[in-house]
Design a protein around this ligand. Structure first.
Ligand SMILES: Cc1cc2nc3c(=O)[nH]c(=O)nc-3n(C[C@H](O)[C@H](O)[C@H](O)COP(=O)(O)OP(=O)(O)OC[C@H]3O[C@@H](n4cnc5c(N)ncnc54)[C@H](O)[C@@H]3O)c2cc1C
Ligand SMILES: NC(=O)c1ccc[n+]([C@@H]2O[C@H](COP(=O)([O-])OP(=O)(O)OC[C@H]3O[C@@H](n4cnc5c(N)ncnc54)[C@H](O)[C@@H]3O)[C@@H](O)[C@H]2O)c1
Length: 487
C-alpha cells in the first residue's frame, strides 16, 4: 500500500462495510457496466448476518422445530428417540452455514461480479474521499460517483455495576456457542433475547431466567402473538421476570476463553426485584447501536450517531447526491432483507445517476420502509408479521377494523397434531386494504409473503376474496379471516 500522501486510488463507487447491505449496494451500482467498485471490510465479507446473526441462529433453531413436528406426528413420533437433538450435529450444521467464519466464498463472489474487496477499516475524509487503514498502512480512495455507508450496528452492553467486567455473552457468543452453560440469565425482551432463550433451552440449558425491563416480551409485535411466546416460555420452565433490571454483577473469575465459550466462573447477579441469581453465563441482548465510531462523519459535516436517509438512500444533510447509507446503519428497520432491499434501490439510483438517467419512479424509492416491513421471529411459536400492528395504525391516525381467526384449518391439523395458531389482519376502513397482518403458530413464516403482496399491492379486501387458498393448506386461514367480516 502507498502512504497517505500518495495520489488517491479512484473508484466509481466505494462501499464501507461488506455485510448483506454493502455487498448488494456494490453489486447493483456497477451491474452491467464498466464502473468500478471498492468494498471495504475490516472483519468478514458477509457481515454480521452470515457469521454471527441470522444464519447461525436459524441453523440452531431449525432442528428442534423439525423434531417437535415429528414428535407430534403419529406414525413418526414412535420412531423418534426420547432424547433431544444431537447437539454436536446441530453445532456442526451451524458451522457449515457460517463456513466456520471463513469468508473466502463471499470474497470470490464479490470478485466474480467485478467488485474489488479491500481489507481494512474505512472512514470518510471529506467529500467523496475515504481513508482505508489496513495491515499495510493507510491508503486514500476517491469516489467518482458515490460513497455508500453500510457499517451496520454493534451490540450495546449497558454500563451497569460489574456487568462489562463480567464479560457477558453478546449475540455473537450465543449464536456461536460451543459450550452449554447450565444456568443462564438472558437480559432483554426483544427479538434477540427471545430467539436466544428459545435455542438455549432447546439445546439443554437447565435453568434459564429472562430479565425483561418492560411489562411484556417483543413490544413491537401484536400483544396476542407476544403473549403466546411468553406462555410457551413459562410452559417450558423459563423464569421470565418483567419490570426487572440488573443492579449489580459479581464474577470473581473472568476468563477470555473466546467466542461461544463460557467466560469464567459463576456470576452473582442482583436484580431490581430484590432477588439474587447465581448463573454460569449472562447473555446481554439489550439492543444495538450504529457502527459509526471513527467513521469520519464530522469530515462531511454530520453529527455522530444515527444517520437519516431520504427514500433514495442519500444521507440527509449532505449536498451533492454522492453520500448514501443502507442497512442497519441507515436507522430504518434493522433486518437483513430490508437492508438488502435498500441496497438494491440505492445501487439502482447510483447506476442511473452515473449514466445520466432519470431516477423518477417507484423503483428508485425505498417506499417499503414505511409501514410495509415484513419480519419473521423464529421463536416457539413463530411470529410472522408485516406492516402495522392495530395499535401502531391507530397511533398513526388510521381508522382500522381488525379481523381475527384461529389458525384452525385442515392444512394446520394435517401439519402436526398439536397445531395451534392465531392470525389478525389490520384493515384501513378508508381504502378497505390491509395495512398490517400478523400470524402466530407453528411454521407460519411462509404465510407472511402473501400478506406483504396484498399490502404493498393495496389489494382491496373484496378483491382478496378471489385469491382462493389451496386446500388443504395453512393458507386457508385467509378464508377464515375474510369470512369473519361477511355481512
Ligand atoms: C442474533 C441476531 C439474529 C438476527 N437474525 C435475523 C434474521 O433472522 N433475519 C433478519 O432479517 N435479520 C436478522 N438480524 C439482523 C441482521 O443481522 C442485520 O439486519 C443485518 O446483518 C444488517 O446488515 P448490514 O449489512 O446493514 O450490517 P452488518 O451485517 O452488521 O455488516 C456491516 C459490516 O460492516 C463492517 N464494518 C463496520 N465498520 C466498518 C468500517 N469502518 N470499515 C470497514 N468495515 C466496517 C462490519 O465488519 C460488518 O461486516 C439478526 C441480528 C442478530 C444480532
Ligand atoms: N428474526 C429476526 O428478524 C431477527 C432476529 C434477531 C434480531 N433481529 C433484529 O435485530 C435488531 C436487534 O435486536 P435486539 O433484540 O438486540 O434489539 P431490540 O432493540 O429489539 O431489543 C432490545 C431490548 O432490550 C431492552 N433493554 C435495553 N436496555 C436494557 C437494560 N439496560 N436492561 C434490560 N433490558 C434492556 C429493550 O427494552 C428492548 O426490549 C432488531 O431490529 C431485530 O428486529 C431480527
Amino acid at each position: 500500500m502507498s502512504g497517505p500522501t500518495a495520489a488517491p486510488d479512484d473508484y466509481d463507487v466505494i462501499v464501507l462495510g461488506a455485510g448483506p447491505a454493502g455487498e448488494n449496494a456494490a453489486q447493483y451500482a456497477i451491474a452491467g457496466s464498466d464502473r468500478t467498485a471498492a468494498l471495504v471490510e475490516h472483519e468478514l465479507v458477509g457481515g454480521e448476518c452470515s457469521y454471527w446473526a441470522c444464519m447461525p441462529s436459524k441453523a440452531l433453531l431449525r432442528p428442534t422445530q423439525v423434531l417437535a413436528t415429528a414428535r407430534n406426528m403419529p406414525g413418526v413420533a414412535d420412531k423418534i428417540s426420547a432424547h433431544g437433538v444431537d447437539v454436536p450435529a446441530v453445532f456442526a450444521r451451524r458451522d457449515e452455514f457460517t463456513h466456520r467464519r471463513d469468508d473466502d466464498s463471499q470474497v470470490q463472489w464479490a470478485r466474480s461480479v467485478g467488485i474489488d474487496v479491500l481489507r481494512g477499516t474505512g472512514a470518510l475524509a471529506g467529500p467523496r474521499t475515504v481513508t482505508l487503514t489496513g495491515a499495510d498502512g493507510t491508503r486514500i480512495l476517491h469516489a467518482r460517483h458515490a460513497v455508500v455507508l453500510a457499517t451496520g450496528t454493534v451490540p450495546v452492553v449497558p454500563d451497569l455495576p460489574g456487568l462489562r467486567a463480567a464479560r457477558p455473552w453478546t449475540s455473537r457468543d450465543a449464536t456461536n456457542l460451543t459450550e452449554i452453560p447450565h444456568r443462564v440469565l438472558v437480559v432483554g425482551g426483544g427479538v434477540v433475547a427471545c430467539e436466544t432463550a428459545t435455542w438455549l433451552r432447546q439445546l439443554g440449558v437447565e435453568e434459564l431466567t429472562v430479565s425483561v425491563r418492560g411489562d411484556r416480551l417483543l413490544p413491537r409485535v401484536e400483544p396476542f402473538a407476544a403473549q403466546r411466546v411468553a406462555d410457551r416460555m413459562t410452559h417450558k420452565g423459563l423464569d421470565v421476570r418483567y419490570g426487572t433490571e440488573i443492579r449489580a454483577v459479581q464474577r470473581p473469575e473472568v476468563d477470555d476463553t473466546g467466542v461461544g465459550r463460557i467466560h469464567g466462573g459463576p456470576a452473582t447477579v442482583d436484580l431490581s426485584d430484590g432477588s439474587t441469581l447465581e448463573v454460569d453465563e449472562i447473555v446481554v441482548a439489550t439492543g444495538r447501536r450504529p457502527a459509526s465510531d471513527g467513521l469520519g462523519l464530522d469530515t462531511v459535516g454530520l453529527p455522530d450517531g444515527h444517520l437519516r436517509v431520504a427514500d433514495d438512500l442519500t444521507v440527509d444533510g449532505v449536498d451533492g447526491q454522492w453520500l448514501y447509507a443502507v442497512g442497519d446503519l441507515a436507522g430504518r428497520a434493522a433486518l437483513t432483507h430490508m437492508g438488502k432491499y435498500q441496497a438494491r434501490v440505492c445501487g439502482d439510483v447510483i447506476a442511473a445517476r452515473a449514466e445520466g438517467r432519470s431516477t423518477d419512479g417507484p423503483r428508485f424509492r425505498a417506499s417499503a420502509d414505511h409501514g410495509q416491513v415484513p419480519q419473521v421471529i423464529f421463536t416457539v411459536p413463530e411470529i410472522a408479521a408485516v406492516g402495522r400492528t392495530a395499535e401502531q395504525a391507530r397511533t398513526d391516525g388510521f381508522d382500522v377494523a381488525v379481523l381475527e381467526a384461529d389458525i384452525d384449518v385442515a392444512g394446520a391439523a394435517l401439519a402436526r397434531d398439536d397445531y395451534a395458531g392465531h392470525a389478525a389482519l389490520v384493515v384501513d376502513r378508508a381504502t378497505d386494504t390491509l395495512i398490517g397482518a400478523t400470524f402466530v403458530g407453528q411454521e407460519v413464516a411462509e404465510l407472511v409473503h402473501a400478506a406483504t403482496i396484498a399490502l404493498v399491492g393495496q389489494v382491496p379486501l373484496d378483491l382478496l376474496w378471489h385469491a382462493v387458498p389451496s386446500y388443504p393448506t395453512i393458507s386457508e386461514v385467509w378464508l377464515r379471516l375474510l369470512e369473519s367480516r361477511r355481512p
